[in-house]
Design a protein around this ligand. Structure first.
Ligand code: H2U
Ligand code: ZN
Length: 344
C-alpha cells in the first residue's frame, strides 16, 4: 500500500505509540534555501567556558588540562547518591525514592568543534569513554542514560562539545517501555524486534546510512521531522560490548550522520541524542538491541523548528513530511561536513 498521499497513522513498535502522518501538507514546492551559513566564530579555548581545560567551574573546581574525552561529576545533579529505594504506594499518589548520579562528558578539549568536525580517532575515543562509563556505572545502577543535548534549541547553552550521563537506581519510563515491548516481541516470535527492523529496512527507502555493521534509518514511526535511529546489524545489547572494529565503524557513522544533519540546512543542527542498551538487571537480555535515537527539532530551515504543541500534547504526535521524504533529503546532502569540504 502506498501511504505517500494518504492521511494515516503509524505505530512505533518500541513504545506502542502512534503518529499521525499528513503527507498532503508537504506537496507544496520546496522553498527553503540550503545555504551554508558562516560557521560560528568560536575559539579553540574560551576563557569564559566552564568546560574548557584549566578553567574554573561554577562551584569553584578547576578543570584538569584534559586532552581527550573527560567525564566529571555534574555540579548540579538531578539525581543524588545514596538514598535507599523505597516505594510509597498510596493508590493514586504513588512515589518511590531514587538514587543516582550525573556526569558531564567533554568530547574534546577544543571548544570550537562539534562531533562531525572531530577526527575519526577522536570520535572513537568518545565511544570508548561512553562504553567505559556505562560499564563502570552499570555495576551500581540499573540504568545508565548517555545523551547529548546540542544547540540552544534543545536547551544547551554551551557550544563546547559535550554530553551527559545520568545513572539511576530505577529504569526510567522510555527504556522501561522499550524493554517490555522488546521482551514481548521476542517471546512471541523468537527474534529481537530491532534485528527484524534492521533486516527489513536494509536497502529500503528510509535508509540514511548503511554499512556492513551499522544502519541509520528515519524510522517508519518517526515523530520529529528528521528523527533517526542508529542500529547495529549484528547482535549486541550494550555499548561496552562493541569490539574495536565495530567501534571504528560506529565512529565513521556518527561523523557522517552528524555531518549530513549539519549540511541539511547549512547550520550546526540541534538535537537530543542518546543511547539505549539493556538495563543492568539480572536475567536474560537476548531481546535487547543496542541503539541510539536522534531527535532533532528543525523542520524547514536553520530557524524554523517543529513544536510539539496543541494536538500533539493533547491527542497524538503528528508530522507532514513522510519519513521516506526525510530520509531522501538526508541521503541527498554531502556526507562531508561543510566546514571540512574546503580543507580537502
Ligand atoms: P547541557 O548538556 O544541557 O549543556 O548541560 C551541561 C551540564 O553541565 C548541566 O547539567 C553542568 C550543568 O549542571 N554544569 C556543571 O556541572 N558545572 C558547571 O560549572 C556548569 C554546568
Ligand atoms: Zn569550552
Amino acid at each position: 500500500m502506498d501511504f505517500s498521499d494518504l492521511v494515516h497513522r503509524r505505530q512505533n513498535p518500541l513504545t506502542g505509540r502512534w503518529v499521525l502522518v499528513s503527507p498532503h501538507r508537504t506537496q507544496r514546492p520546496w522553498l527553503g534555501q540550503i545555504e551554508p551559513q558562516a560557521a560560528p566564530d568560536l575559539q579553540v579555548h574560551d576563557a569564559d567556558c566552564y568546560l574548557c581545560p584549566g578553567n574554573n567551574r561554577a562551584n569553584g573546581a578547576t578543570n584538569p588540562n584534559y586532552e581527550g574525552p573527560w567525564a566529571f561529576q555534574n555540579d548540579f545533579p538531578a539525581l543524588l547518591l545514596g538514598s535507599n529505594a523505597d516505594t510509597e504506594a498510596q493508590d493514586l499518589f504513588r512515589a518511590e525514592v531514587v538514587s543516582g548520579e550525573c556526569r558531564v562528558i567533554c568530547f574534546s578539549p577544543n571548544h570550537s568543534l562539534t562531533l562531525p568536525q572531530l577526527s575519526k580517532e577522536q570520535v572513537r575515543s568518545v565511544i570508548d569513554c561512553w562504553a567505559a562509563q556505562s560499564s563502570e556505572l552499570g555495576t551500581q545502577y540499573t540504568w545508565v542514560q548517555l545523551f547529548e543535548n546540542k544547540g540552544a534549541a534543545m536547551g544547551c547553552s554551551n557550544p563546547h562539545p559535550h554530553g551527559q550521563l545520568w545513572a539511576s537506581s530505577h529504569v526510567p519510563d522510555e527504556p522501561a517501555i522499550e524493554d517490555e515491548r522488546q521482551r514481548a516481541y521476542f517471546a512471541e516470535t523468537g527474534h529481537s524486534l530491532l534485528t527484524e527492523v534492521a533486516a527489513q529496512e536494509a536497502g529500503g527507502p528510509r535508509v540514511v546510512i548503511e554499512t556492513p555493521d551499522w544502519l541509520v534509518i528515519v524510522p517508519w514511526w518517526a515523530v520529529w521531522p528528521f528523527e533517526t535511529l542508529l542500529m547495529p546489524r549484528f547482535s549486541v545489547q550494550r555499548i561496552e560490548h562493541l569490539n574495536a572494529v565495530q567501534r571504528d565503524g560506529l565512529a565513521d557513522v556518527l561523523r557522517e550522520l552528524t555531518a549530513r544533519y549539519d549540511n541539511l540546512f547549512g547550520c550546526p543542527f540541534p538535537y537530543s541524542m542518546g543511547w539505549h542498551g539493556a538495563p543492568y538487571l539480572p536475567g536474560d537480555h537476548s531481546h535487547w538491541v543496542l541503539h541510539a535515537h536522534f531527535y532533532p527539532p528543525l523542520l524547514r530551515s536553520a530557524t524554523v523548528r517543529k513544536f510539539m504543541v496543541g494536538y500533539e500534547m493533547l491527542a497524538e504526535a503528528q508530522r507532514d513530511l513522510t519519513p521516506e521524504q526525510a530520509a531522501e533529503r538526508l541521503r541527498r546532502v554531502s556526507p562531508t561536513h561543510y566546514s571540512l569540504r574546503d580543507a580537502q
